[in-house]
Structures are given as C-alpha cells and as structure tokens.
Ligand binder design. Structure first.
Ligand code: ADP
Length: 240
C-alpha cells in the first residue's frame, strides 16, 4: 500500500503539496483528483522518490522508495508517456528497462501483449500516437509485476476503445489485489473505474471518500468534484 504522512513539498513560494496525509489501499482503484496545479503529479513524484519532500514522508509498502530493495517489483508507474527515446522500438525500450532490472525478455513480450502493442513492437516509438505511448508506458509499469501501480492521466490521448481498455485493466489489476493510484480529469470515466476517491486542491486534502458515498451525496461524481474543489479554491485563496 501507499501511505502519505504529513507530506509537504515547497518550491520557493509555492506549496505544491501541503501537509497531505492519506493511504492508498490494496484491492482498490483510488482516483486522485484535483484541478491543474493541485499537486497531484508532485505527490506521485514524491512517492516515487523523484523529488524529496520538504517535510513528512511517502511510504510504499512501509518504506521510502529509495530504501525499497527491488523497486520495479514493488511499484510501477506511468508519469509521462512521452518520456521515451523516439528512435528506439517499443520492444527495445522495454528490453532496456528489463535488462537493467534483472527481468528476462519473455516478460517484455508478455507486457507488450498485455497492452496490445505486439504488432508494432519493432517500430520506432517516435511514430507512435499519444495513445500508443500511453500503452507502452503502462507496459513499462507492469514489467516487474509490481503490487503497487501509479498512473498519471493514462487516459489522455486514448480513443473510446482505449479508454474502456484502461478501465477494464485498472479493474482487473485491483481485483488481483494490487494497489492502484490513478489520476484523471475524465470524471464520468473515473466514476466507472475507481472505488475510492481522493480530491486535492492547492496541495491540500479536500475530500477522501468512496465513489458510492460521493454519488449518494451529489448527483454525479463530476458534481461532487466541482462543488468540493470550488469551495477549496475560496478556502485556499491567497495561500502560498
Ligand atoms: P497537478 O499535477 O495537480 O497539475 P503539480 O504537482 O504539477 O500539479 O503542480 C503543483 C504546483 O507545484 C504548481 O503550482 C506547479 O507550478 C508547482 N511545481 C510543480 N513542479 C515544480 C517544480 N519542479 N518547480 C517549481 N514549481 C513546481
């Protein structure tokens, strides 16, 4: 599981993440919502040890990322689908990741199959659509068969078939007992995909509830989101 304890990250005058505490539990898809600039990506980067907290901590399976013994087998992530070498093939991209982490080539083939890229595996990634790059990023996240998965806006750039595919994949991964943290701005899709919702605004926790609780109190998840984040903007106005 993932645990955030008073996690705080300051960039100069900006409090990107402000005393954030919540847990992401196994067996569930946790939707991570908030307006642009709310601190979602920074939180994910802090969990993955890509930047250091100003104070507080983020733990994966009870440890800071840097002290995980076999990180790719414990946590997989897709943060930026474009962060790939354009001249490398999908297969070679994954093979590099696999080789540097002691993972065999069979797992690369399986991951490509899992995301539906087998037919284009030998083509340079530079010619891939954003949706295909998202699929490649998901394959990379799944390479080490980790129990914890973090996906930042994986639905961006996907066609309706791809959107449905992501939904089914997230549900399947959670049903296998994995811990899934997923950010997206597509509220209708999130309502169908997630079990649990965490909403942040200006780096702070606004709400933590099940989708069922939110849709019992508001007509739709989108209404819940818009209402809760609107009041946070007022509350948070002038914070730095
Ligand atoms: P979100 O993912 O919710 O859109 P971010 O985590 O990207 O939000 O950003 C939160 C805030 O932190 C924003 O005000 C952003 O400009 C700021 N921020 C993020 N990364 C950096 C950085 N490396 N340097 C300075 N400010 C940053």
């Amino acid at each position: 599981m993932i645990e955030l304890k008073h996690l705080t990250k300051r960039y100069g005058a900006t409090l990107a993440v402000d005393d954030l505490s919540f847990s992401v539990r196994p067996g569930l898809v946790t939707g991570f919502l908030g307006p642009n600039g709310a601190g979602k990506s920074t939180t994910m980067r802090l969990i993955l040890g890509l930047c250091a907290p100003t104070s507080g901590e983020a733990l994966v399976n009870g440890r800071r990322y840097a002290s995980l013994r076999r990180p790719v087998h414990e946590v997989g992530a897709l943060l930026d689908a474009n962060a790939v070498h354009g001249s490398r093939s999908a297969y070679d991209h994954l093979l590099c990741l696999a080789r540097t982490n002691g993972i065999g080539p069979r797992r690369v083939t399986e991951a490509l199959e899992r995301v539906g890229l087998t037919g284009v595996a030998r083509r340079p990634v530079g010619g891939f659509s954003l949706g295909m790059k998202q699929r490649l990023g998901i394959a990379a996240a799944l390479l080490g068969d980790p129990g914890v998965l973090i996906f930042d806006e994986p639905v961006n750039g996907l066609d309706p078939d791809g959107v449905r595919w992501i939904r089914d994949l997230m549900r399947t991964l959670a049903a296998q007992g994995r811990t899934i943290l997923l950010s997206s701005h597509l509220m209708s899709e999130m309502a169908l995909t997630a079990d649990h919702i965490v909403i942040v605004g200006k780096g702070r926790l606004i709400a933590e509830a099940t989708v069922a609780e939110l849709t019992a109190r508001y007509p739709t998840l989108e209404d819940a989101y818009l209402t809760l984040t609107a009041s946070s903007v007022e509350y948070g106005a002038g914070r730095s």
